[in-house]
Design a protein around this ligand. Structure first.
Ligand code: SIN
Ligand code: FE
Length: 293
């Protein structure tokens, strides 16, 4: 479920065997764990390791590396702290991109950089506003407002805990098993609803059938208490000072405990995969008989 690589640097060329192994590991639904790869925070950035900087209503501070826009800041943040916080997140975004470019060169021409997030709040004991927003429940990622139109979601995380806290996850069964469990209950959307959601600005783009199926799958997994408790799953943890990456649209995951993480999202077209037939898109198309994008 978790494959470990001994990498210690964000920009040193990894050996060929690691590069090939990384693609296979990710596409077959493993988490790639780099226990010795730490994101180094600068001394003056340590003040951000306080939940004061995040908004109690949103679990993370989000940064757009394309526009430098910061969102979700807590009321405790002073104006003059925006720039250093944005600079730290931009550095993480650049480091993550560089690492992916050298570790996964076959994806490099196709990889799209998404948002960066900083998660300074403790997960355990947090009250989610709804079951669907509760990431302590096993789920595959799907974004209600941002259709991916079939693209893969590849995320990289770093545990930057200053006080030795592990980040504890549960990891669930292979995507095909999840899909088989739920797909018979998923109905196609009503005709015209994708256009309506776009017009009402519920979505940033027109939802593809794929987005509809993935979002429904995400929601059904989260609200199904029996699935949460009884489906095959493993507890894993990521040590402070470590980094890991995973296709979060494919691998069921739940974040149970931990504090202080950085995360960078990337999007990748299915055509850039070495084995597109293992993607959620192709698996769902096979199981439903629909063309989903
Ligand atoms: C999630 O993607 O569900 C949360 C992961 C985390 O914050 O560790
Ligand atoms: Fe998630």
């Amino acid at each position: 479920m978790v494959i470990t690589l001994a990498l210690r640097s964000w920009d040193a060329q990894p050996p060929q065997v690691d590069r090939e192994g990384a693609v296979t590991a990710l596409e077959t639904g493993h988490v790639l764990y780099l226990p010795h790869l730490a994101f180094a925070m600068r001394d003056e950035e340590r003040i951000f390791l306080s939940a004061r900087y995040s908004n109690p209503g949103s679990k993370n501070i989000s940064f757009n590396p394309m526009t430098d826009e910061l969102r979700g800041l807590g009321r405790g943040t002073r104006k003059e702290e925006y720039a250093p916080l944005a600079a730290m997140m931009a550095r993480y975004a650049r480091g993550a991109r560089r690492l992916l470019d050298i570790l996964l060169p076959r994806y490099q021409p196709f990889l799209e950089t998404g948002r960066t997030s900083f998660r300074p709040a403790e997960i355990a004991g947090r009250i989610a506003s709804s079951c669907r927003k509760d990431d302590t429940r096993l789920h595959v990622d799907a974004f209600p407002a941002s259709p991916v139109l079939g693209k893969r979601i590849l995320r990289i995380f770093s545990n930057v805990s200053p006080d030795g806290k592990k980040r504890e996850w549960r990891i669930g069964e292979p995507f095909e098993a999840v899909a088989r469990h739920f797909v018979g209950r998923i109905r196609p959307p009503l005709p015209g609803s994708a256009t309506l959601l776009r017009l009402l600005r519920v979505t940033r783009d027109r939802r593809a059938l794929y987005d509809h199926f993935m979002l429904d799958l995400h929601n059904r997994m989260k609200v199904d208490g029996a699935y949460q408790d009884d489906s095959p799953q493993t507890n894993v943890h990521f040590a402070p000072g470590s980094t890991w990456m995973v296709f979060t649209d494919q691998v069921p995951h739940a974040a149970m405990a931990g504090q202080h993480a950085l995360e960078q999202t990337f999007y990748l077209p299915v055509s850039a995969l070495a084995t597109p037939e293992q993607s959620p898109l192709r698996i769902l198309e096979r199981l439903t008989g629909y063309r989903l994008v």
